[in-house]
Design a binder for this molecule. Structure first.
Ligand SMILES: [Zn+2]
Length: 350
């Protein structure tokens, strides 16, 4: 699902296509064609078409994961792309796509078309006094979102980091891709509890959330699944370090990237670089037992030298293979050192 960088890219492309570069008024919406009623947020496509007609487009922006189109008289549209929503601005004469769910006709002969294969996308029309964003957290790229603001939000939270980061009430716009990427960059395990973070961890997480999002905006987002913007695809997918790289080598340590399923979300991380503190291990292991589809694999904790290790996917530490290889390596190193010491003793006594 498109996250902050993808939605920001869509909003910027729309703005460029709809509004004059130097400022000034945009086109007027002259009508709406609704082919899938549920695309209209309140399900009333007739009222929607009547209420939207005659309104001028004044600005295009974004809040969280939604495109926001400001119209005359304080009204505004919210467009939630969800899984497969796409927006295009095209001449009205262009043949209509079978997956088009809603179109807005403009007075300049063009149409804004909303294409949505899976039909989860929603477009809402609101009036000046409405606040559909009540309860949505701060914008992570906003200047007002300082380290201090982040600290005051995260301190005292009991949640695990991954579910917390994708919670829109905690932070706006972060989803599966950028939560996984920010946690990898900050070297924090996705099942770590927010309250276990030290001040340096908080700083790293804050910095990497903002960095990955800013970088992704610059690269027009990650074109994964159906995401594309009015002016074309993004390129951030080439820069992702963990998302959908299960089994591939971690770019920091070379060990395989792990995947666990928390709720309905796949979570990608490196269990070597993103170490779980001992205090968080029992709770994380219990969560994994309930959340990971077992596929016949036994998930059991076992004491290891430096951390509790899980069988099966090695989600909290190394797999048993890796542990065996590490033990063999340690044994070989020790044997070699012992041989060197013996040789040195033999040499000095000769
Ligand atoms: Zn790693």
């Amino acid at each position: 699902m498109p996250e902050l960088p993808e939605v920001e890219t869509v909003a910027r492309d729309l703005r460029r296509r709809l509004l004059p570069e130097g400022g000034g008024p945009g086109p007027v919406i002259v009508g709406a064609r609704v082919s899938w009623t549920k695309t209209v947020r309140d399900g009333d496509s007739d009222s929607f078409a009547v209420a939207v007609a005659g309104r001028r487009i004044e600005a295009v922006g974004r809040r969280g994961k939604q495109v926001v189109v400001d119209l005359s008289d304080g009204a505004f549209l919210t467009i939630h792309l969800k899984m497969t929503g796409q927006l295009f601005v095209v001449p009205a004469s262009l043949p209509v796509d079978p997956y088009e769910r809603l179109a807005l006709a403009l007075d300049d002969g063009r149409e804004i078309r909303f294409r949505d294969v899976r039909k989860f996308g929603r477009i809402g029309l609101y009036l000046a006094d409405d606040d559909p964003f009540d309860g949505i957290g701060p914008e992570p790229l906003d200047d007002r979102f300082t380290l201090k603001a982040f600290r005051s939000r995260i301190r005292g939270r009991r949640a695990r980091l991954k579910p917390l980061l994708v919670d829109q009430a905690f932070l706006a716009g972060v989803g599966n891709i950028y939560a996984d990427e920010a946690l990898w960059r900050a070297k924090l395990h996705p099942l770590r509890s927010a309250r276990s973070l030290r001040p340096s961890d908080e700083r790293a997480l804050y910095r990497h959330i903002r960095e990955i999002l800013a970088e992704a905006v610059e690269r027009r987002g990650s074109s994964i699944d159906d995401y594309t913007a009015p002016d074309g695809d993004g390129a951030m997918q080439e820069r992702l370090d963990v998302y959908q790289r299960t089994g591939e080598a971690c770019r920091r340590c070379g060990r395989p990237i792990r995947r666990i399923v928390i709720g309905i979300r796949a979570t990608h991380f490196c269990s070597w670089c993103q170490r779980l503190p001992r205090s968080d291990q029992p709770a994380a292991a219990a969560l994994l037992r309930t959340m990971t589809p077992t596929r016949g694999a036994r998930v059991a904790t076992r004491k290891a030298t430096r951390w509790v290790e899980l069988d099966a996917d090695g989600a909290l530490g190394r797999t048993s293979d890796e542990a065996a290889r590490a033990r063999a390596r340690t044994a070989r190193t020790r044997a070699a050192a012992a041989a060197r010491r013996a040789a040195a003793r033999a040499g000095s006594s000769a």
